[in-house]
Design a protein around this ligand. Structure first.
Ligand SMILES: CC(C)(COP(=O)(O)OP(=O)(O)OC[C@H]1O[C@@H](n2cnc3c(N)ncnc32)[C@H](O)[C@@H]1OP(=O)(O)O)[C@@H](O)C(=O)NCCC(=O)NCCS
Length: 205
């Protein structure tokens, strides 16, 4: 763990990450990189350059990608990994994390989330506000579970999938990679094809 944290991306998701980082109280300095040169400061934190400047900070800073879009976040994190960056896990202090939970680098877990025992969460995931993930889940890399998602026990969510706000997944189900599940949707069967699914129960659109 280094004394300084750089967040790549100073929009909504980046700001929530900054808020979590401040509450974790382990970095002396928190700053952003953002490609919008007109932004100089956010939440009292400096924007110290663009994403192209990241290599200047590799040796001295922890670096996390604060971009909500799964494929963009993946692309940037993979580049950081290639460069040998130190990529932390951020967990808001007001979460409940069970026994034998594994969390990959670059993953962010937001306020009010509950991750129950024996669940594995991959790299670069977003476990958003108030989401619950029950026991024995497998969340693959670069997944986003939006605010208020609830996954029952033994659910698998494939790489890069995005579950919309308030969606529910019943127990023992697999959601394949690159699915989008709409806001408020209820998944009661495996989703075996990548695509967009909405409704109660979900249908593919
Ligand atoms: C599912 C979703 C990704 C689809 O977006 P899209 O590809 O732009 O699709 P469209 O808005 O064109 O909608 C396609 C159809 O699905 C319906 N639909 C879209 N989202 C729906 C939802 N959540 N529940 C039910 N129906 C939905 C639309 O009414 C439309 O139906 P129609 O063809 O009969 O008119 C989006 O609607 C959604 O729910 N996003 C989640 C947002 C979210 O959770 N954000 C949190 C960020 S932290």
């Amino acid at each position: 763990m280094r004394e300084k944290l750089i967040i790549i991306g100073a929009s909504g998701h980046g700001k929530v990450i900054a808020d979590i980082a401040m509450r974790m109280n382990i970095w002396k300095i928190i700053a952003f990189l953002d490609d919008n040169e007109s932004i100089k400061s956010i939440m009292g934190l400096d924007v110290i350059g663009s994403s192209e400047d990241v290599s200047k900070h590799l040796d001295s800073c922890d670096i996390i990608v604060g971009i909500g879009n799964n494929s963009i976040r993946e692309k940037i994190q993979l580049r950081l990994e290639t460069l040998g960056a130190s990529i932390p896990v951020l967990v808001h202090p007001k979460t409940v994390i069970g026994e034998q939970v594994k969390i990959g680098s670059g993953t962010v877990i937001m306020a009010g989330a509950v991750v129950n025992c024996c669940t594995t969460i991959g790299r670069g995931c977003i476990i958003n506000t108030g989401t619950t993930i029950d026991h024995d889940n497998m969340i693959e890399d670069f997944v986003h579970l939006s605010p208020g998602v609830h996954l029952a026990g033994t659910v698998k969510v494939g790489k890069g999938s995005w579950l919309g706000v308030g969606s529910l997944v019943s127990n023992n189900l697999n959601i394949t990679s690159d699915c989008k599940v709409g806001a408020g949707a209820v998944v009661v069967k495996d989703l075996t094809e990548p695509g967009t699914y909405v409704g109660v129960p979900v249908r593919r659109v």
